[in-house]
Design a protein around this ligand. Structure first.
Ligand code: CMX
Length: 146
């Protein structure tokens, strides 16, 4: 793949939080954001909310609040080790299969052999933080129209 074709924009930044309702209260009432979307993703072990502005444009990055669904969740492990805070950076892509193949060719480990399902039905994968300068990097290919 051509370097110019790899990433579209920063899709979102993910924050690990112990309690989703408490975090939503803080980010809406104190910080002034709005909840754009909320869902539970059993496979990822998270309860999540996407927040942004009232007139959020598709190319504007969102903030993803991630709370653990149970004690086995990767977010529970992250919170136990680091406490609340930034857990991931997510880049939007147009063709996740091609991007994953290109990154693999360049020596970056992807966590899943095939993309899994993320926010709003998007196809997602993650690059290992040890291969990306210490940042857990999510790749997301949103469902058309989302
Ligand atoms: N950001 C940066 N570094 C991280 C990290 C993170 N979020 N999570 C782990 N690491 C680092 C650890 O600090 C550790 O480094 P050291 O060895 O120097 O201490 C190393 O990576 C390995 O950590 P670990 O605790 O042994 O590994 P984990 O069992 O925590 O797994 C990871 C790490 C990335 C494989 C796991 O968190 C994972 O599978 N993440 C992808 C899925 C996910 O995050 N789902 C929730 C979000 C869902 C969504 O966005 O939709």
């Amino acid at each position: 793949m051509n370097n110019d074709d790899l990433f579209i924009c920063i899709d979102h930044v993910g924050l690990a939080v112990p309690d989703l309702d408490e975090a939503i209260k803080f980010h809406t009432e104190v910080m002034g954001w709005r909840v754009l979307h909320r869902e539970t993703n059993e496979e990822q072990g998270v309860e999540e909310a996407m927040i942004g502005t009232g007139d959020q444009l598709p190319e504007n990055a969102q903030i993803q609040l991630l709370a653990p669904l149970n004690e086995n969740s990767t977010i529970a492990k992250f919170l136990a080790k680091n406490g609340p805070g930034m857990q991931q950076l997510c880049y939007r892509v147009a063709d996740i299969d091609a991007v994953c193949a290109t990154l693999r060719e360049r020596g970056v480990r992807l966590l899943y052999p095939e993309p899994k399902t993320g926010t709003g039905g998007a196809r997602i994968n993650f690059a290992h933080p040890k291969d990306t300068g210490g940042v857990l990097l999510e790749l997301t290919q949103p469902v058309a129209g989302h």
